[in-house]
Design a binder for this molecule. Structure first.
Ligand SMILES: Cc1ncc(COP(=O)(O)O)c(C=O)c1O
Length: 380
């Protein structure tokens, strides 16, 4: 179901141009340059569309835009966590999943629930420790790689791990939310599935919750499409349209946010209120060399430990005026929070860790704001 033109020319474009040009309407007289919001719960017979839970032309447009970035058939879901749930739900009962010990807290909750119910067996690993992942792979059905991880910013050696998993017939799925397809394309490296919380960088404006899964494997695609249809975790057309609108500026947003993040990571490294900075772009970061070997950037999230402890970290977050004290990431506006304000955060994450999602504001304004907030929190 598609209202967009089938454009073979798109593959000749850079990824930064594809975010702008992909999934546009047919070029006929008086056509709009943007796809419409398809607000229909049902469609006239006879035809393939049928019913609004089965498909929607605005979904198809966003799916085809993501497909042109990730090089895999794509399904959009009502949230990132719905996409992950769909993926875990197609694994055979009792399947072994090797997954990050430090991943996004929602994914960790899902994995622990699946373990408790006997649906899955999970081997938790440090995904940045390649030898540890190798050791866990034999007998696994799926290697679930979140990289960089949220919020520890560990980087997995994705190409090496995919090669090892393939030899053992282990499927690989990558949560590509933090990197975005502009920084790494896991399917092109051989992964079986790539997942996004579109709520973050792809939509980019902190105004929608959406997710996606892409795959080159048509059988997997069909199974996931069936899960979406029958579990009903379908997105709203308006949210999908907003995400497609947000995607158009992904290139410039990422360029600016990553540049800001690099500058802030350097400055935070010598700040008196900071005992450790975690950002793979820093040459001294333990994940820098691996990240540099295959990523086209380092993302725009920085995590750091407040030298004054958890309470001082909370005080700092509450004292910012430009940077919003809020969860989430990937929007145009900078956000920060102490991750352990959520009881679901992994015990392996330090209690004084602040995650800063760097936005596209003037870097000097962001710095002035976080510097005053951090210094104030040391004086109390
Ligand atoms: C890395 C990562 N994956 C998945 C999710 C879940 O996505 P959503 O909030 O869109 O359900 C998040 C949300 O923060 C995330 O950070």
């Amino acid at each position: 179901m598609s209202a967009t033109r089938d454009d073979p020319h798109i593959d000749s474009l850079s990824l930064e141009s594809r975010v702008v040009a992909a999934a546009r309407p047919e070029r006929v007289s008086d056509a709009g340059v943007n796809v419409p919001i398809d607000l229909n719960s049902t469609f006239l017979a006879p035809g393939e569309a049928g019913y609004g839970r089965f498909g929607n032309s605005t979904w198809s447009a966003l799916e085809s835009a993501i497909e042109s970035l990730e090089s895999g058939s794509t399904l959009v879901f009502s949230s990132g966590i719905a996409a992950i749930s769909a993926l875990f739900s197609i694994l055979p009962r009792g399947a072994v999943v090797t997954a990050s010990r430090n991943g996004y807290s929602g994914t960790m909750v899902l994995l622990r629930q699946a373990e408790a119910s006997g649906a899955l067996e999970v081997r938790y690993v440090d995904v940045s420790n390649t030898a540890e992942v190798f050791a866990a792979l034999p007998g696994s059905t799926l290697l679930w790689l979140e990289s960089p991880t949220n919020p520890a910013l560990e980087v997995a050696d994705i190409p090496t791990l995919i090669a090892a998993a393939k030899q053992l017939n282990v499927g690989v799925a990558v949560d590509n939310t933090f990197a975005t397809p502009l920084v790494q394309q896991p399917l092109e490296m051989g992964a079986d599935l790539v997942m996004h919380s579109l709520s973050k960088y792809i939509a980019g404006h902190s105004d929608v919750i959406l997710g996606s899964i892409s795959t080159k494997d048509q059988a997997l695609y069909q199974r996931l499409a069936d899960v979406r249809k029958m579990n009903g975790a379908i997105p709203g057309p308006f949210e999908v349209w907003l995400a497609l609108r947000g995607l158009r500026t992904l290139g410039v947003r990422m360029e600016r946010a990553q540049k800001n993040a690099m500058e802030l990571a350097v400055r935070l490294s010598s700040h008196p209120a900071v005992s450790q900075v975690r950002y793979p772009g820093l040459p001294g970061d333990p994940h820098h060399a691996i990240a540099k070997s295959f990523m086209k950037g380092f993302g725009a999230v920085i995590s750091f430990d407040h030298s004054g402890g958890a309470e001082a970290a909370d005080q700092a977050c509450a004292a910012s005026k430009l940077v919003a004290y809020a969860t989430s990431l990937g929007g145009v506006e900078s956000l920060w929070e102490r991750r352990h304000r959520w009881s679901s955060e992994s015990p392996t994450i330090p209690v004084n860790l602040i995650r800063l999602s760097v936005g596209i504001e003037d870097v000097e304004d962001i710095w002035r704001d976080i510097d005053q907030a951090l210094r104030g929190s040391l004086e109390r």
